[in-house]
Design a protein around this ligand. Structure first.
Ligand code: PLP
Length: 281
């Protein structure tokens, strides 16, 4: 397979990263993941805008224009013949002898790969169990940084408790999953954490809220508590890779269970129809 290395698309075996890359020493970099359906990039604009925003927040300069980025992504997908899956790309601050103090003007390093990955239909149908655990991350969760230790530990804890995803909470407030946004439904209203420094504002989240609007489902973007999650009628998670998955049960810090989830299923039905149109278009 081929990978992206700055402006080149090269065989994976030929790609080499410097020992002194700041991504390796400090997790000093950012990333994005974009869904590919039928060889086409889904919600590409939103992902590229967030990539640029993450870079700016870290005083990083994306060395390529949005058009160049798009053509690099396109070339890699074509070269690998990817149909259904995702493209991952990251930008680190580049190569410098190890020092907390970064120099400005160091050439950043862009890398990327593609992966074939189907839509997780079984999870979408059956729902998943999630593991509630304290959110121990830093206070800039709005930045899509490759520094993911809090998320990584939460995901491992979930798996160790036979759960498919973590559900993080800061004290009483539910923030998000390890790589997903969290939503509850109460009396047919969707409630989800607002955009803030406590969560990564998902591109899928935004898309799903747009679908909710089209379907005339009321939405409240505000922090919600563990107590509200326990009392909710439904819970679901969203991300680029899972789209929308219903939550079946919550374990860990607290417990809850959900039934048929009609609002979640309505949204998922609409999401799938839109993707099928996108694939065909
Ligand atoms: N929250 C976190 C912490 C994530 O890492 C991700 C995606 O990886 C999401 C939410 C979902 O974001 P998106 O819908 O843009 O994939």
């Amino acid at each position: 397979s081929y990978v992206m290395y700055n402006e080149s698309i090269i065989p994976k075996e030929e790609a080499a990263i410097s020992f002194e890359d700041r991504g390796y020493y400090f997790g000093d970099g950012i990333y994005e993941v974009i869904r590919v359906y039928n060889g086409k990039l889904f919600l590409q604009e939103g992902h590229l805008e967030r990539f640029q925003a993450s870079a700016s927040k870290l005083d990083l300069v994306v060395p390529y224009s949005p058009d160049t980025m798009k053509s690099l992504l396109r070339r890699l997908i074509d070269k690998n013949g990817l149909t259904t899956g995702y493209i991952y790309f990251q930008l680190t601050r580049g190569i410098q002898a190890r020092d907390h103090l970064y120099e400005r003007g160091t050439a950043p390093v862009l890398t990327g790969f593609t992966k074939t990955a189907g839509v997780p239909f079984a999870k979408q149908t059956d729902g998943i169990d999630v593991y509630a655990t304290e959110d121990i991350r830093w206070l800039r969760c709005d930045i899509k940084t490759i520094n993911l230790l809090g998320n990584v530990l939460a995901k491992r804890a979930a798996e160790d408790h036979h759960c498919a995803e973590a559900l993080q909470h800061r004290g009483d407030v539910i923030t998000e999953g390890s790589s997903t946004n969290a939503f509850i439904v109460k009396d047919e209203t969707i409630i989800t954490h607002p955009q803030s420094n406590y969560i990564l504002e998902g591109i899928t989240k935004r898309y799903v809220l747009q679908l909710a609007k089209q379907l005339n489902i009321p939405v409240e973007q505000r922090p919600f508590t563990i107590g509200e999650a326990k009392e909710a009628d439904e819970m679901f998670m969203t991300s680029t890779s899972v789209e929308i998955v219903p939550v079946r049960s919550i374990q860990g810090s607290f417990e809850a269970g959900y039934g048929h989830s009609p609002v979640t299923r309505e949204l998922l039905g609409e999401f799938r129809r839109e993707v099928e149109l996108f694939e065909a278009g």
